[in-house]
Design a protein around this ligand. Structure first.
Ligand SMILES: [Zn+2]
Length: 382
């Protein structure tokens, strides 16, 4: 294990260089041209760094996902990363990629281009130092994670099912870089309220306001929140009406739902999906779902975490902690299938925020943690 750590410590400069290159290539999920270019670039990089079979998986209507298969053997280990970001083209002008006091700043650096870099170097370290293992390593780099993984989900689930362990390279949590063993489930609902329009001054009695109805429904939805149970229902976007002197015919809301447990998921889903109009003359159209189920802490994931904790302490002198988070990730799909450890990516701060950055000296350490986990789980007789 010490050799793996040393190999990666010596690669810190190369890791920073690759991370800079990836951050300088903007890759918003919705911009197929840019994410495609990012995928093409990674395809080349993987081939230049490790002896892997690299393929493209269809992501229609988004860019292809990149899959690298390294090594051979009956069993396999899965590493999940994503190459898309939430930042639109041109963000680099406001948020230039730069290094300051040991931190690399830039859009997508923390979430999760550094994770891709750490994964690639971890596999390279295994190849150079250990040479072979008893199991294959599959590295997925998907193009639509920030959209909720609509097209990558089946690939992730298929590979997870075949794997003995799943490592998700989403950013670690907080300054101390805790791993994530529980994540909230996430969903989106859209409410379209239809009322009856009429002139607000001439014949107000003939109208039924969609806006008034929506206002009452917002109160109802917000009351589904139960902070103690870890449930939040947030009406984050509203619009409606067309003119101030008209009783509004249409109103519309977008709702974010987060749940910590399956029980809460079932409660909130049934409340939302059976919403009834409060006022006569109103109809309501509801669309949406919980697209990522909650990742509840399982015994298998706990064992995985304890192994990571022991390796981090013995070889990296890191006291690894575990936390739960309100954000969803692809780990929400895999945790119910196979033991999953999330938050194995970069240490830093500012995912989806202007101050997004990674702590440079943590790059080789976290990469080494992944390499050691691969090594440990890559032996049949472990
Ligand atoms: Zn992410």
């Amino acid at each position: 294990m010490d050799d793996l750590v040393q190999y990666l410590q010596d690669r810190e400069g190369d890791m920073v260089e690759l991370l800079r290159e990836l951050v300088l290539m903007e890759s918003p999920s919705n911009d197929t041209k840019l994410t495609n270019a990012m995928g093409d670039y990674l395809y080349k990089i993987v081939n230049s760094m490790i002896e892997a079979d690299v393929t493209r998986l269809s992501g229609e209507p988004y860019a292809p996902h990149i899959k690298a298969e390294w090594g051979e053997g009956d069993g396999q280990l899965l590493i999940v990363t994503h190459l898309d970001t939430v930042w639109p083209e041109g963000t680099l002008e406001d948020m230039p990629c730069h290094i300051e006091t040991g931190k690399l700043y830039g859009p997508g650096s923390f979430d999760m281009k550094a994770g891709i870099v750490q994964a690639l170097f971890a596999i390279q370290a295994i190849e150079q130092v250990i040479q072979t293992m008893d199991k294959k390593v599959i590295l997925l780099m998907t193009s639509d994670e920030e959209l909720g993984s609509p097209t990558s989900k089946p690939y992730i689930e298929e590979e997870a099912t075949k794997s003995d362990a799943v490592f998700v390279l989403e950013p670690a949590q907080g300054e101390r870089g805790a791993l994530k063993t529980a994540r909230k489930g996430v969903g989106t609902y859209e409410l379209k309220v239809h009322g009856i329009s009429s002139h607000a001054g001439i014949e107000p009695e003939k109208g039924v306001s969609a806006i008034e109805e929506l206002a009452e429904q917002i109160t109802y939805l917000s009351n589904l929140t139960d902070i103690d149970q870890g449930t939040t229902v947030n009406v984050g976007v509203i619009d409606g009406g067309s003119s101030k002197n008209m009783i509004a015919e249409e109103a519309h809301a977008v709702v974010d739902v987060r749940v910590q447990s399956e029980a809460e998921m079932n409660r909130v889903v049934s409340e939302i999906e059976t919403i009834k109009p409060i006022n006569d003359g109103i109809s309501i159209d509801i669309q949406g779902s919980i697209y990522r189920p909650p990742l509840e802490r399982t015994n298998d994931s706990e064992v995985l975490f304890e192994h990571a904790q022991a390796l981090a302490k013995q070889y990296l002198n890191i006291e690894l902690e575990e936390e739960s988070t309100g954000g969803g990730s692809d780990a929400n799909f895999t945790a119910s299938l196979e033991p999953t450890l999330d938050g194995l990516g970069a240490v830093g701060d500012g995912a989806h925020a202007k101050h997004e950055h990674v702590i440079i000296h943590e790059l080789p350490k976290r990469s080494a943690l992944l390499a050691m986990l691969l090594r440990r789980y890559g032996q049949v007789s472990q």
